[in-house]
Write a protein that binds this ligand. Structure first.
Ligand code: RB5
Length: 144
């Protein structure tokens, strides 16, 4: 699984921890920035990651800004992207099972960082359930 990851300054600290987590577990990923806490515009980084996933070059994306809201709004404007803003483990599991979400968004200033790592673990390891949810995913695609 190839993962594209990106953040703005508000998500930089948490992104660093998630990148460490991905390294430790030998995930294949590319970090598309930003690379410091200097103020940047989150739509730039969210769009890069969303495009990488939508094009098929990467299988999944992870986006972090201060709240997670800005990056999720941007990502969900890209056709083929189903970005889930997640701040609890149950949602992490069910957005994979039911929505086949391909981008995970979190707020680095909102969530406890240890919990964010647990969410990342669950989101990366849970498979789409398929079945009755396939038609619903197709309905989302047709509405874009
Ligand atoms: C940056 O200050 C902040 O607006 C951004 O990280 C994010 O929370 C936007 O939704």
């Amino acid at each position: 699984m190839k993962i594209a990851i990106g953040c703005d300054h508000g998500g930089y600290e948490l992104k660093t921890k998630i990148v460490e987590y991905l390294d430790e577990r030998n995930y294949e990923y590319n970090d598309f920035g930003c690379y410091s806490t200097e103020s940047v515009d989150y739509p730039i980084f969210a769009r890069i990651v969303a495009d990488k996933v939508a094009s098929g070059e990467f299988d999944r994306g992870i986006l972090i800004c201060g709240t997670g809201i800005g990056v999720s709004i941007v990502a969900n404007k890209v056709k083929g992207i189903r970005c889930a803003l997640v701040h609890d483990t149950k949602s992490a599991e069910f957005t994979r099972l039911h929505n086949d979400s391909n981008v995970l968004a979190m707020g680095g200033r909102i969530i406890d960082h240890q919990l964010a790592l647990e969410i990342t673990k669950i989101w990366l390891s849970t498979e789409f359930e398929g079945g009755r949810h396939i038609n619903r995913i197709n309905m989302i695609e047709r509405s874009q």
